[in-house]
Each structure stands twice: as structure tokens, then as C-alpha cells.
Design a protein around this ligand. Structure first.
Ligand SMILES: [Ca+2]
Ligand SMILES: [Ca+2]
Length: 279
């Protein structure tokens, strides 16, 4: 008994020593409990609440597909509260001293220490070389540009240009979209970097979502809601917000949208690093 006890004690000692050696080699065996800072981008919730009614009602006419409802929104998004998006550089995962580029190279706007491009549900979230997987609505044009949202040389962004002048007062929303399988009564988190070209006037840009009670974002339109819209000019900002899908949801159309004053000649917006996750 005493022999086996001392034997196992010796084994524990040896393994502890081995562990300490490994720790010393790795320099970081202290358990990283990853404090989740949820405080950051609180501002989207204001935009979320303020935009639901107006957009939902107005995009109803276009519920069957992405064509009809792109002239919507009225002025509902004007009450957007905060302007301060979380700048990509400030959400840096790395901390002190090192290179300014976030480790994953595609942002971590939900600050969960996971590269957003590794967890997002959309295809082609970073526009590394093309606008693939995103379908522009007929009232605007889209192109790939090498102006990356995080300044990466090996990536680019999506550029939307809306130049349809409308005699009606108010604004028109149009965008490019991607349909995703979605579940009902589910909280989703949305984020995208946007940069509005101020030389052409003002406008807003961000994410708008249409929920459908059918597969493939085709029939049974349920609701259209802005996740977040921003109006900052000539600077990259993050539009981020959370939405809960209606109970009957089976798919959702994630729209990267530009909201142009109808009388304005043109509006150009860049989009990059699209994050869509379940909460
Ligand atoms: Ca993340
Ligand atoms: Ca990019």
C-alpha cells in the first residue's frame, strides 16, 4: 500500500513538474478567462427600436422579393441615437504594442475573441477579391473596390452606388442582399463596416433584414427591420444591432443598404466585414 501510494505520489510530482516546465515554455499557462466586454457598441439598440415600425410597414409592399420594397423607410431611421461606431482598430483583439492589424485580419466587432469572418453566417463577408454571393437590387449598382475597411492590402470592399433621383420628398433605401436559412424566435447579431462618400451629399448606410416564413426568402414575408444605420461621412464606422426573428421565420434576407435622399443626385457607400451570428 505504502509502495503504491508513494509511487502514485511520485507520478503526480513528475507530472506537476512536467506541467510547470511546459508552462514556463509556453509563457502563458494562467487560465485566460476572457472577460467578455459587452459594454461597447450599445448604440444600435436605439436604431433598432426606432426603425422597426416604419421599415416593416413600408417594405411590406415588396415583401415578395427584393424589388418592390427598396423605396421605403420614410424618415423612420432619423432618430438614430449614437454616431459612434466601434472603430475596427479600437476593438483590437491584441492589446498592447504590436502590429495595428487585428490578429484575425477581419475584425472582431462582437468582441468575443473569435475572428468575425470565422463565425459569420454570410458568404463572402470580407470581399477579398469580388462581390460574389451578394445580389444588388435593380435600383443601384455594385462593384468591388480595393479600399478595404481595415486597410488590408489583400482584401477589398463592396461599393454600392445609388443614383436614382426621385421627385418624391424623403429618402429611398436600396441595397444588396444575401438570403440565409434562419430560425424563428432567434436573436441575431448583425454588424458591418460602412463608409459613406460625403462628396456626393448625405445619406445613411447599414443593415436591414427581411424575415420570411418560407425557405429561400421567396414567399410569406413577415417583417422588415433595420438592424442599424449610420450616417457618418467619409469615415469607416461599424453599424451593429440585434434583431429577434419572428416565430414563423424560416429564412432571412440580409441587406446591406444605402438610404439616399430622393432629391440627391447620387450616393456611394462602401461595405466590408459583414457579421451575422446567433446570440
Ligand atoms: Ca467575433
Ligand atoms: Ca475586406
Amino acid at each position: 500500500m505504502s509502495a503504491s501510494a508513494s509511487h502514485s505520489s511520485a507520478l503526480r510530482t513528475v507530472s506537476l513538474q512536467a506541467f510547470l516546465v511546459l508552462c514556463a515554455a509556453a509563457l502563458s499557462c494562467s487560465v485566460d478567462e476572457r472577460a467578455l466586454s459587452l459594454g461597447g457598441p450599445d448604440e444600435p439598440s436605439a436604431g433598432e427600436g426606432s426603425t422597426t415600425a416604419g421599415t416593416g410597414a413600408s417594405s411590406n409592399d415588396g415583401g415578395s422579393d427584393a424589388q418592390g420594397g427598396d423605396d421605403a423607410v420614410g424618415g423612420s431611421a432619423d432618430t438614430q441615437a449614437g454616431t459612434g461606431g466601434t472603430l475596427p482598430s479600437s476593438s483590437g483583439a491584441g492589446g498592447g504594442g504590436g502590429s495595428p492589424q487585428p490578429a484575425p485580419g477581419c475584425g472582431d466587432f462582437n468582441e468575443n475573441q473569435v475572428a468575425d469572418c470565422k463565425e459569420t453566417l454570410v458568404e463572402n463577408p470580407t470581399f477579398d477579391e469580388a462581390e460574389a454571393a451578394w445580389s444588388a437590387e435593380p435600383t443601384l449598382t455594385q462593384d468591388w473596390t480595393d479600399q478595404d475597411g481595415l486597410g488590408r492590402e489583400k482584401s477589398g470592399a463592396l461599393m454600392l452606388v445609388s443614383d436614382e433621383v426621385n421627385p418624391d420628398p424623403g429618402t429611398s433605401m436600396s441595397g444588396t442582399a444575401q438570403c440565409l436559412v434562419a430560425t424563428g424566435a432567434q436573436q441575431y447579431d448583425f454588424a458591418v463596416q460602412v463608409r459613406i462618400d460625403g462628396a456626393l451629399g448625405g445619406g445613411k448606410a447599414g443593415i436591414n433584414v427581411w424575415f420570411y416564413g418560407s425557405d429561400g426568402c421567396s414567399d410569406n414575408f413577415l417583417q422588415g427591420t433595420n438592424a442599424s444605420l449610420k450616417y457618418d461621412l467619409d469615415t469607416w464606422v461599424v453599424a451593429r444591432g440585434q434583431l429577434k426573428s419572428p416565430a414563423a421565420t424560416r429564412s432571412m434576407l440580409v441587406r446591406l443598404v444605402a438610404v439616399k435622399p430622393n432629391a440627391q443626385q447620387s450616393l456611394k457607400v462602401l461595405f466590408d466585414n459583414v457579421l451575422v451570428t446567433k446570440l
